[in-house]
Design a protein around this ligand. Structure first.
Ligand code: IYR
Length: 226
């Protein structure tokens, strides 16, 4: 057995990862690209139930994300209670109605036309689960405040991993960002060190789900090699 190291008085463990032959490597990255390229933001979510254990494991996967100084500055609120979902829908739609009917610019509304979103958010009640991701702007244990670092980056990465895990499970979601979304702090009774970051309804796609005909950018448009 390899030896455990000690640095600054903290344990460091030997690390290993499965590596692949060049051929397997090509297949692996291509297969994963094909899988992820089939991911779509889906707004037609069926009310078909999803096990709580599945949702728990998806959140544990998101929580494997890297974070500033390994502070894991996130909390995932998983909501199945129809009463809570109803009050979230009501509050979100009230904000969205104001946004669509005044707060958003004409240019923004034009940009959203291909996606066909409106202020109405039935998925907030139809989906079997909502996950509201909160970022912890600092850590609060009793009255003891501790710093968190790169909070937006860390929580953003965790959300990306959550979305990836949801797609890998054959489930669908969408990144919903009602604005402002401080009503989530109130409804979910979250403490003062937490801020709502993202709301993800999760479930199976409806049998008659549609998505807009969007194209992804080509490699040349998204990358520069040096
Ligand atoms: N938050 C609103 C508006 C919206 C904004 C963008 I940028 C989108 O890509 C989609 C929607 C909503 O959720 O409808």
């Amino acid at each position: 057995m390899e030896k455990i190291k000690e640095i600054n008085g903290f344990k460091h463990l030997p690390f290993s990862i499965t590596e692949y032959s060049p051929k397997e490597l090509k297949e692996k990255v291509n297969d994963f690209f094909q899988l992820m390229n089939a991911r779509r933001t889906v707004r037609d979510i069926s009310s078909r139930p999803v096990n709580r254990e599945v949702i728990s494991q998806l959140m544990m996967t998101a929580s494997t994300a890297p974070s500033g100084a390994h502070k894991q500055p996130w909390v995932f609120c998983a909501i199945a209670d129809p009463k809570v979902k109803k009050s979230i829908r009501k509050a979100a739609e009230a904000e969205e109605k104001e946004s669509y009917e005044g707060r958003m610019s004409q240019r923004w509304l034009e940009d959203l036309k291909p996606i066909a979103t409106t202020w109405e958010k039935p998925f907030l009640e139809n989906a079997p689960w909502l996950i509201v991701v909160f970022k912890k702007i600092y850590e609060l244990n009793d009255d003891d405040k501790q710093n968190n670092y790169y909070v937006n980056e860390s929580v953003g990465i965790a959300c990306g991993m959550l979305i990836t895990a949801i797609h890998n499970a054959g489930l669908v979601t969408l990144t919903h960002t009602p604005s402002p979304m401080n009503f989530l702090t109130k409804i979910l009774d979250r403490p003062k060190n937490e801020r709502p970051f993202l709301l993800l309804p999760i479930g199976y796609a409806s049998k008659d789900a549609y998505v807009p005909d969007l194209k992804r950018k080509e490699l040349a448009d998204i990358s520069i090699f040096y």
